[in-house]
Ligand binder design. Structure first.
Ligand code: SF4
Ligand code: SF4
Length: 216
């Protein structure tokens, strides 16, 4: 019947209005922001941040400036300059790091692609949303010191995901250590064999002499 939807809407509104006096928990859904805030869901995401391990954001930065995220970012709002030197990563392998890493959050669409393509678990999505600024240029161009946040912070906002990442990195580290150990052992074995081989003609030459002189 024509108008049924309208009537249903009025009934629901009336139910909620009256309900605010009797069952405010269920019916009064408006929050008095900013004095009141609803807890964020774990999957909430806004803009990216860079993860670092340990206490020093510069030493512990996971990003190796591979620039994959910069290339893949749909609106091209990531700006990276690779360092000239290298520093050890989480498995001790020397890697480049970003001398410059900026994200223009006035352009970022929060699409998550950077997180998906990063092979180093270095860039994740933050939940911070109160980022308004009167400076529409520098205030919204977030530089690497402001982008860098600890792994503890990552665990606080995305505990499930951060736990899985830690497990994956620990497994990769253990694998790299096993490989490095096997390589070192193989190298030591090869060196010992080479040394033995180099000494062999000398020993045989030294052993042949007394026999020869005895015969004479
Ligand atoms: S979330 Fe998307 S738009 Fe924003 S920096 Fe990452 S890839 Fe670019
Ligand atoms: S955040 Fe990841 S993908 Fe982007 S440059 Fe750093 S290591 Fe590469």
């Amino acid at each position: 019947m024509l108008g049924t939807g309208l009537v249903k809407g009025f009934v629901e509104t009336a139910r909620n209005f009256v309900g605010t006096y009797t069952d405010s928990e269920a019916r009064l859904t408006t929050v008095e922001y900013p004095e009141e805030r609803l807890p964020l869901q774990e999957a909430t995401r806004q803009f990216p941040f860079l993860v670092f391990d340990g206490q020093d954001w510069q030493a512990g930065m996971r990003c190796v400036a591979c620039q994959i995220c910069e290339k893949e970012c749909p609106p091209q709002c990531i700006y990276i300059t690779k360092s000239k030197d290298k520093k050890p990563d989480y498995i001790g392998k020397p890697q480049f790091y970003p001398a410059v890493f900026d994200i223009d959050i006035s352009v970022c669409i929060g699409c998550l692609i950077n997180k998906e393509v990063c092979p180093f678990e270095a860039i994740k999505m933050d939940q911070e949303y109160e980022l308004s600024s009167t400076d529409r240029f520098d205030g919204l161009l977030v530089r690497k010191d402001r982008l860098s946040k600890s792994n503890e912070y990552y665990h606080k906002i995305h505990p499930t995901e951060a736990g899985e990442v830690d497990e994956r990195l620990a497994a990769e580290k253990a694998k790299a250590e096993v490989k490095a150990k096997a390589e070192a052992e193989a190298k030591a074995k090869a060196a010992a064999e080479a040394k033995a081989k180099a000494q062999a003609p000398v020993e045989s030459a030294g052993g042949a002499t007394p026999v020869a002189s005895g015969d004479v």
